[in-house]
Design a protein around this ligand. Structure first.
Ligand code: COS
Length: 377
């Protein structure tokens, strides 16, 4: 880490230990998101770090963002994901919006006063994203949206939604992206999901019922929506990897500390070689995942976005988070399965990381397609 990164992470560590950690058990239990925590992260300049300064961002790199998300995720995957998705929405606006749209929407998002949400999935189109059915019919002065989006992170608490909808009948090329504001007539929220983990981050259904969107809210051009979504996910997958590294690191920390304290058969658990090997494997996997995430971020920062590496980082880091959190519960034994210790929450939070922003099976498809391109030219 460079000096700036060390400083940033030091102040963030203090913040998360004082302001996030104390609420996590209770808020996980009550599925309670605290907007004031997100606002405070915004005041620290952390809710839009990769954006240009002219729109309120910090002009930092994806490497910096990865370190920040890793640190937040050590206390809360939910807040880390909220920051990650909102930053992804901002990166979409920065890459594809016109000047007026940027000026209108970016400052409130970069400052953390508002949250952004990314709306691609529908009940019948998860992995097969190009099969989405929400329609955007061209009318005088704009578009009429009809349809339902599913599993939308920050649904309800977000103010700015990037919604992918169909402007013509043909597959991926018929999809366009729109900016939709909370409160627009015809846009409402459906059921809030009851989830295994990520409980502090609300996941919600969005309903568009003859919802008029002015043409100024079309992003880029008609038919560009799928590319907007896919290129955003290339970045999003790096940040999901970073969150997984933070979660796995925290689970490892808890496991090692517990094993040093807890005695059985007159010795610390740590002194059993079987457990030492388990923890050595956990540490090795966490470090390998971290390096892969950082390499994917560095390539992106160097202006050579590496789709293959982003998918590898997401897959490797999230599989590691699942394995390491599961092993952390195992090392804790019976108490690890109870809410007395946080590792059961970590294990629940890890699972969905293997599913969101493209399941790890989809990542293998993306990696394999890139391999084919490399070898076939
Ligand atoms: N960046 C820019 N453009 C991309 C792209 C990327 N990473 N990936 C694909 N595209 C473009 C392609 O180049 C193609 O355009 P052209 O026809 O002009 O070449 C178009 O998009 C369609 O691509 P493709 O044929 O590969 O689409 P598929 O329907 O086969 O879908 C996968 C590809 C499976 C990779 C895609 O549907 C996917 O990522 N699914 C998972 C969705 C997801 O992550 N959902 C989570 C939502 S957020 S929780």
């Amino acid at each position: 880490m460079n000096e700036l990164q060390k400083e940033l992470i030091n102040s963030l560590t203090k913040f998360r230990l004082n302001k996030i950690e104390p609420f996590m058990e209770e808020d996980d239990h009550n599925s309670n998101f605290r907007m004031e925590i997100f606002n405070q992260l915004g005041e620290m300049g952390l809710t839009g770090v990769t954006l240009p300064e002219e729109y309120g961002g910090a002009n930092l790199s994806y490497e910096d963002l990865s370190l920040i998300l890793e640190e937040i995720a050590k206390s809360s995957v939910s807040y880390a994901v909220t920051v990650s998705v909102s930053t992804m929405v901002q990166s979409i606006l920065n890459s594809f919006a016109n000047e007026q749209q940027k000026e209108k929407y970016l400052p409130a998002l970069t400052s953390g006063q508002k949250i952004g949400a990314f709306c691609l999935s529908e009940s019948h189109s998860g992995s097969d994203a190009a099969a989405l059915k929400t329609t955007a019919k061209k009318v005088d002065g704009g578009y009429i949206l009809n349809g339902t989006k599913m599993w939308i992170s920050s649904g309800g608490i977000a103010e700015t939604y990037i919604v992918m909808a169909r402007t013509s009948a043909t597959g991926a090329k018929g999809i366009s992206a729109f900016i939709v504001e909370k409160g627009t007539e015809g846009f409402s929220f459906g059921k809030k999901e009851k989830k295994m983990g990520w409980k502090v981050s609300p996941t919600r259904e969005l309903v568009f019922d003859n919802c008029f969107i002015p043409e100024q809210n079309l992003l880029s051009q008609e038919g560009e929506g799928f590319k907007v979504a896919m290129s955003a996910l290339d970045r999003g997958r790096i940040t999901i990897g970073a969150i997984a590294v933070g979660l796995a690191q925290r689970a490892l920390d808890e496991a090692v500390l517990y094993s040093l304290e807890r005695k059985q058969f007159n010795q610390a658990l740590f002194d059993f070689q079987g457990l030492q090997w388990m923890m050595a494997d956990m540490a090795c996997e966490v470090e390998a995942s971290r390096l892969l995430v950082l390499k994917a971020a560095q390539d992106f920062d160097a202006g050579k976005p590496n789709i293959k590496l982003a998918s590898m980082a997401k897959m490797k880091a999230t599989d590691t988070a699942m394995k390491v959190t599961t092993d952390a519960v195992q090392i804790h034994g019976g108490v690890g399965y109870t809410q007395e210790y946080p590792v059961e929450r970590f294990m629940r939070d890890a699972k969905v990381l293997q599913i969101v922003e493209g399941t790890n099976q989809i990542q293998k498809i993306v990696i394999a397609r890139q391999l084919k391109k490399e070898y076939q030219g």
